[in-house]
Design a binder for this molecule. Sequence first.
Ligand code: PEP
Ligand code: MG
Length: 591
Amino acid sequence: MIRQILHGIAVSAGIAIGRAYFLARQDEKAMVRRKIPVDGVEQEITRLMRALESTRREMEETARRIPPELKDQAGIIAAHLMICRDPKLVQTALNHVRERHFSAEWALREAVADIARAFSLIDDVYIRERVQDVRAVADRVTGHLQGRVAARLPEGEACILLARDLTPADTLELSPKRFCSFATEEGGRTAHTGILARSLQIPAVVGVSGLEESVSDGDLVVVDGLKGLLLVNPEQKILAAYEAMQHSFTAFQEQIRLRSSLPAEMPDGVRIAVRGNIETPDEAEAVTAAGGEGIGLYRTEFGFISRTSVPKEEELYEEYAALASKMAPHKVTLRTLDVGADKMLWAQRALEEANPALGLRAIRYCLRHQDIFRSQLRAILRASVHGSIALMFPMISGLRELRQAKAVLNEVKQELETSLVPFDRNTPLGIMIELPSAVMTADALAREVDFFSIGTNDLIQYSLGIDRGNRHVSHLYQPLHPAVVRSIKHVADMAHKEGIPVSVCGEMASDPYCLPILLGMGIDEVSMAPQAIPGIKHIIRNIDLDECRELLYQAHSAATSETVNRILKQALSRRFPRELPFYVSMLDAEE
Ligand code: PEP
Ligand code: MG
């Protein structure tokens, strides 16, 4: 039994103790263009057929176990089973083994590429998206070929899920009841997998080097989601210390939750709106329970990436209307589809972009695929009569793109009016400020919208050139880099000059050290994962605006992020000595 401490990045606060299980193990070496000798062909075909059979059996078993409330996921599994039984994939792969003497793994990969090419020529988005399902099935079969069956998470015991990486779609597909925490080898602090961990309210650590080599299924592990550690088979006395810390963390959470329904008012009377970020409508209740005043960011794309077809307008309308009426009179801010980068639709994967984060993402995708965009806009506008809805475009790069998106919005409004469909004409329109180009043109943009919401996760990524999901550069992901601080300050100043409110909905808003800097800039609203709301309201209620302005003054004049971090850590540790050990901060990942 090997004892070890592995280091990673804390992405969701808390301590979890349990048995580890790998979702799957990758064997990259097997995924090369390997040829087999002629006399090995029959054996390779048998290997492929066996793996297909095991995949089929595994899927049938999963389909049987799926509870009725997870009907979307059941749809995915049924679709995957159909593909697994469909002769097209199987036959194409077998032909590649028989005729080109490819290994089973490579033959499968080639078969998927053939199907993707054929599908990419079809004009119908729905059909193009099927490639994603074919690829997912092929991945599972490859898993069986390599003898790495997806770990059957033990029944009745919440375990700790380990994986090389989890896509947001994986995280959505897995039932959170089956695991109480997760750790991954890949990933960065603000990648979407971490965002989902926060919304599931489970401790998580990502970017753990050596995870796959050092941990085996069934090992006892501690996930320290406060310091970003993974302890493998710890000694009894360390385990006892962690049990005590788990207890103190829970007690602290309970204590701050008692006062979380109080307004977020600073001692000098300044009132800040604190809202919640959600990825699915079910999370709205957690926002209200945590003391959030409505939804500051609904990442609507998660409703698209977790399923096999593009949702219809009617379905979206019903979902948005139900959410708006549930949250009324509080606001629900719906962000239009932000797909791309680490939140790919299947249709986008077929594009095989070299740099998807710089590719056809978010508003760019919507402007290219206006059928999808228009149907979402119609659904949002129609839902606007059921509560207080605000609409927001992601990744706007400048005035031209904003005007293009607004033109589509106006056409949709016109159509609704002509067909006498009721909607609220005054639905506020905002944009996310996530690109340096939007920062530099913030004055002009502010004159054409009703509010700004600063997406610091992407603003940092695009300002510093640091992939937010890449653990190799995560130490360079500096939220308080002078360029970032000055950018946010400039955006806030421009918004206020033009008389519009400004919110921050990126992870900086829930970081205990970054928050005072944002407050010092006069940010009107913050929005974050529901789990973070009570702790952030606690800080707001215990710090003066003047104190925040002084910290901002010092941060704004500092030349490096190290200086800013030091100033903030010193000042805030004095201010909140008892509380800060229970918060997760991005600043810790820099050290
Ligand atoms: C952001 O970029 O800060 C943001 C809130 O959007 P997302 O994390 O969904 O990209
Ligand atoms: Mg973003």
